[in-house]
Design a protein around this ligand. Structure first.
Ligand code: SAM
Length: 313
């Protein structure tokens, strides 16, 4: 298992890769630069294209979930790092009743620091009523909560979500973007089982590594260690089917998913063509191989048929 310091540092790397790709105009995000400094190193185009697919797919699912529920929903981002979706959604007038971001205290403290420094981040959280409580590593406002928690401790997670007034009866989307791979399988299973047992209606989107066992996979792990995820090795070898089974075996009604090569082909192709012109890439196969080693998998529980089973990219 990678040390917690190394795990926390993966957030700096993810934020850095996102800022780099945003500056190259792969996608637009006015907020990421407020949270992370400019990268001094040049990133390979396949890395930026991989991030483009990950960010675009996540944004699309978030927007669909909020629209399906008419905003009568909650979003919980586990291992949120410097994610900016709360602010990006506000800009397109989509919001949830509660948007909760959870991470280790060192990461949330840095996020609090940056949010306090930038009025455009702070003002959106405070809203018109200005109702906001800030501490060194946590924020609580009307529809935004940033909380410190070690996700390996389910009781701590339950208590933190309780502090955020999360309602078990409201449709709730959980996100884990490149996070579960750092947490032991039994702790992840406990979280998945608890959500399936406790929430009436829930969707869980997990983005992470898949199929890392072949020889090429081993090479990818070495290449990616320094730039994306410092792999703990836990479940990085899972196949797409076993990634789906993680949900169904813990009481979820159904699960679906794709590797990121499939996701890349499902994204709006006019925009894909636009981003492919940003930087020349002579080894297309490298991108394909990279994308095949990541997946986007979602599980749902939808007894009232609000449409989660039919949700797709
Ligand atoms: N989800 C963000 C993104 O995609 O930009 C950050 C991804 S970063 C690769 C992994 C994040 O998971 C880090 O911020 C790390 O601190 C967090 N994390 C990993 N294990 C955790 C745990 N046991 N408890 C809380 N946070 C954890």
């Amino acid at each position: 298992m990678a040390s917690d310091d190394a795990v926390r540092a993966t957030n700096d790397d993810a934020a850095n890769c996102k800022r780099y790709a945003v500056e190259k105009k792969y996608w637009s995000d006015p907020y990421i630069a407020m949270l992370t400094p400019r990268s001094s190193s040049k990133h390979a185009p396949e890395i930026s294209r991989g991030y483009y697919a990950r960010v675009t797919a996540m944004r699309s699912m978030l927007q669909k979930f909020i629209k399906i529920t008419g905003g009568e929903c909650q979003i919980v981002n586990l291992g949120a790092g410097f994610d900016t979706n709360y602010w990006l959604l506000k800009d397109i007038e989509l919001s949830a009743k509660a948007f909760v971001e959870v991470d280790f205290p060192t990461v949330t403290a840095k996020k609090v620091f940056h949010i306090k420094k930038h009025a455009s981040l702070l003002e959106k959280i405070a809203g018109e009523d200005g109702d906001i409580q800030l501490s060194k590593s946590e924020i609580h406002a009307t529809d935004y909560h940033l909380v410190e928690c070690n996700l390996r401790n389910l009781n701590e997670l339950k208590a933190k979500l309780h502090d955020c007034h999360i309602e078990l009866a409201l449709p709730t989307l959980f996100i884990a973007e490149c996070v579960l791979v750092y947490i032991d399988v039994s702790s992840v299973n406990e979280i998945l089982k608890w959500i399936a047992e406790s929430f009436t209606t829930a969707l869980f989107i997990n983005y992470e590594q898949v199929n890392m066992t072949d020889r090429f996979g081993q090479v990818m792990i070495e290449n990616l260690k320094s730039r994306d995820c410092y792999l703990s090795g836990v479940d990085a070898c899972a196949s797409l089917d076993s990634q789906k089974e993680r949900f169904t075996s813990q009481g979820w009604e159904g699960a679906d998913g794709m590797d990121m090569a499939m996701v890349y082909n499902c994204l709006p192709q006019a925009d894909v063509h636009r981003i492919e012109k940003i930087e020349f890439m002579d080894e297309k196969e490298l991108l394909e191989q990279l994308l095949k080693h990541y997946c986007f998998v979602w599980g749902w529980k939808d007894p009232n048929n609000i449409g989660l089973a039919a949700l797709d990219l």
